[in-house]
Every structure is written in structure tokens, then in C-alpha cells.
Ligand binder design. Structure first.
Ligand code: ZN
Length: 314
């Protein structure tokens, strides 16, 4: 297999780390790839931030606990960079957007707590490499900087959004401090093109020899119950059932071929993040774990861990 190396060559202590994490990967004879060490799917309800949600957080306890577990796993593997894919940055029709300032900042002022804020390093070489690899497959990328003329006066389009800050909050609590991030907003491209964009990201990661984690940020259906924020639609539950089942089985074909009507009536925000993640994980054998799924406010929250492994050659 191209671009896959035995983990010991890259990271001598990785077996101890995995063993300590105790998730059974070693027992399955697995081995981490160079590049993407681990990936996750994360929801982003701001009320899951204790300073925002207060006691309400108990109503999403399963999700909160799962995000702690996901974040611990990411931090244990000590990635140099965490790549986030969000639906809530500036979304363009056919051009993914990547934040390109050296420092990336944001806060939860829109949710009443500006004191919860973030200031993280951007992995600029990786941002440039992703833009370059994407261009090679005819997918343009918008690089967003605070001083871009066309951004001035249009709000802080180059700031971190809550799709990134919610999982980032949990990562920082777990001990993610000195690493870089890359902040990508998906475009409304066809799934096959988003998948190709994911493949380009993977190539960029491998070209630089980065050890990264990837977080695909997205909520599932917003139409699960009669009091759901986007109104009720019985297909919301069916949409969530299919997503959870296909992630659990890591059935990439079924995810890529989800019924368009079902996707559109479900009122989701995260499937495009997931499709890009599938592209990033292309050619990897994946050990999937559903850490949590619930929808207490009529919105589906899925937390999943997707770990690249390869079987030992016999
Ligand atoms: Zn969302």
C-alpha cells in the first residue's frame, strides 16, 4: 500500500499510547498510517459549552462525555495539526474556504460569552499545500485573511466559527495546547467533488509528512421532533438512522450515495464535512466507533471516532 508505513518507523512509542488508550486496536493487529492519525465526527451545539449551556448541558450529557473521549484520544496521539471541516464559516457554492491568517481567533460572543475565546496557530504550510493540491484537481480554494479587501466590512469572515470552536473547546480542555489547526469551510459542491477535495487534503498532509487529526464538524437532522428548530419531518429520523448506521459500518459508498431528497428534507448541516473526511481517509482501512448519538432538542448529535488502521502483513 502506497504511503502507509509501519507505525513504529514514525512514532516509536505509538504502541504504548494505543495500549494505554485501551481501545483494542492493537488486538486487531492494527497500525497507524503516516499522515492522518485519527479522525472524528463532532456536533457543535454551543450549549454543550458549560459557560453557555449551564445546567442544560445535562440534557446532552452523552454527547459531552463522548466529546471528552474523542478529544482525549486525539490528544493522546499528539498530532502536530488538527484539521477542522466546518459548515459555519463562509460557505461558497463551488469553492471551499480556508482561513489563512497566521493566528486564528474567535470567541463565543454571539452566544453571550465573549470571554470564552480562542487564539491558535494556523498551519500555513499545510494551508498552502492543500490549496496547491486542490488546484491540481481543478478545485479552487478561497484563502480568507482579515486584510483581504473583499472581507472588510463584511463581519469577521476570517474568524473561527462555532462549528470549529465547540470541538476545539473540548480539545483544549483535553490538553491540546501547542498544536496548529487548519480551518476549512466546505463548499456546496457535488459530493464526488467534495470527496476529491478530501483526497487533495490527504495528499497535502502526506507531502508535508504531517501527523494530523481531522474533525468533521456537523449536526445531523434538525427536524427530529415536533418542536425541532427547523420544523418536524419524519424523514429526519430516517436520515439520522442511515448516517449512524453507515458510519458505524464505515460504508463509504452508502454515505456518498445518500438519497439527495432525504438529505435535503432532513435539514442537516454536516454531511458535507463528513464527505470531505471520507476523501481524506480514502485508501485507509478504518476502525469506526460510534461514541454517542442523541437528539434531545430535535437535532441529531453524532460523535464518532474513525481510526485509520492496517492489518499486519502476513
Ligand atoms: Zn450546524
Amino acid at each position: 500500500m502506497e504511503n502507509i508505513y509501519r507505525c513504529e518507523e514514525i512514532f516509536p512509542d505509538i504502541r504504548k499510547f494505543i495500549k494505554d488508550a485501551g481501545d483494542g486496536i492493537l488486538e486487531r493487529g492494527g497500525c497507524f498510517t503516516l499522515g492522518v492519525l485519527v479522525a472524528g465526527i463532532s456536533p457543535h451545539p454551543p450549549l454543550i459549552i458549560p459557560e453557555i449551556g449551564g445546567r442544560e448541558i445535562d440534557r446532552v450529557r452523552s454527547t459531552a462525555d463522548a466529546l471528552v473521549k474523542l478529544s482525549d484520544q486525539v490528544v493522546t496521539l499528539s498530532p502536530e495539526t488538527v484539521i477542522f471541516i466546518t459548515p459555519h464559516g463562509p460557505v461558497f457554492r463551488d469553492t471551499p474556504a480556508i482561513l489563512a491568517d497566521e493566528k486564528l481567533q474567535g470567541n463565543f460572543g454571539d452566544f453571550g460569552v465573549p470571554g470564552v475565546n480562542f487564539n491558535v496557530k494556523n498551519d500555513i504550510p499545510l494551508v498552502k499545500a492543500i490549496a496547491e493540491e486542490s488546484r491540481k484537481v481543478s478545485i479552487g480554494v478561497k484563502l480568507l485573511k482579515k486584510d483581504n479587501n473583499w472581507i472588510r466590512g463584511r463581519g469577521d469572515m476570517a474568524a473561527l466559527d462555532h462549528g470549529i470552536m465547540v470541538p476545539l473547546y473540548y480539545l483544549e480542555k483535553a490538553g491540546f495546547k501547542d498544536g496548529c489547526i487548519v480551518a476549512i469551510t466546505f463548499a456546496m459542491l457535488p459530493f464526488k467533488d467534495l470527496y476529491r477535495f478530501g483526497e487533495a487534503i490527504k495528499k497535502a498532509v502526506e507531502a508535508l509528512g504531517r501527523r494530523v487529526a481531522v474533525i468533521a464538524s456537523g449536526d445531523l437532522s434538525h427536524r427530529l421532533t415536533r418542536d425541532a428548530p427547523a420544523g418536524y419531518n419524519p424523514l429526519g429520523k430516517e436520515y439520522d438512522r442511515q448516517i449512524v448506521e453507515n458510519v458505524k459500518e464505515y460504508n463509504t459508498t452508502k454515505l456518498l450515495e445518500m438519497d439527495e431528497n432525504l438529505v435535503s428534507v432532513a435539514g442537516e448541516c454536516g454531511i458535507r464535512s463528513i464527505i470531505i473526511l471520507l476523501g481524506i481517509l480514502s485508501d485507509c482501512k478504518i476502525a469506526p466507533q460510534i461514541l454517542s448519538y442523541e437528539g434531545p432538542f430535535g437535532v441529531g448529535y453524532l460523535v464518532a471516532l474513525l481510526t485509520p488502521v492496517i492489518e499486519e502483513d502476513v
